[in-house]
Design a protein around this ligand. Sequence first.
Ligand code: MG
Ligand code: MG
Length: 278
Amino acid sequence: MSRGSRRPRGVTVKTPEQVAKMRLAGLVVARTLDRVVAAVRPGVTTGELDRIAEDSIRAEGAVPSFLGYGGFPGSLCTSAGAEVVHGIPGPRVVRDGELLSIDCGAVLDGWHGDAAVTVAVGDCGPELLALSAVTREALWAGIAAVRPGGRLSDVGHAVESVVTPHGYGLLDDYTGHGIGTSMHEPPYVPNQAPDGPGRGMVLTPGIVLAVEPMAVLGDPEVVVLDDDWTVVTRDGAQAAHWEHTVAVTADGPWVLTALDGGAHELGTQRRKEPVRAV
Ligand code: MG
Ligand code: MG
């Protein structure tokens, strides 16, 4: 093996049966995000969206994994306007013309799913729509790199190759992550690859990663608000954030938090779905 190709300590490799369980958790997240997104409109509060998410997750027999995580008080992270990630849901009213990132996590039978979408609220204008579309495109480019025989830095390289030419900033202190029986496991999954692709651990079937590019219009410098959670851009520029939980399989990436497993975006066949034991 070449230098740096070994798995860092703490990276877990799931069995196919465990990946199937993570798929079921991922589907809870996918369906919950659909329900929340359907309720987004100018004037809704992030607290109302959070209640929809918690009800959805619990109705599916799962538990909101964000709630109580490090003392976090919500089932979603809702980050609007200059908020990039980790916004706390509450009385904040979602306004026409801003981007809203909705990040959702659920744990089912001990296994985690984690995904985020960015929604354009009302009339956002072409500049913000492009930021969100490019960030989403970067997510899918990163996902396509989550394949057997690939290397960890291929993911960040794919993400930045989409984002950087547009002149957007990519947060470097906030990254994707491994995921399994904990929401956050090693390794970190950076959205950049300063040393290029082909570096870092080799991706093998059973490795599961959350890929989550965060891009901003302008300078990527961020600060954390006094609530100790909300990450905002220092210059007030708006941000976009997209995320999926992705398993490496022998057949390539399986997007556990996409309803179709990523088949449409990746141009692959739909996979046989696991059946949940009752
Ligand atoms: Mg997330
Ligand atoms: Mg995450």
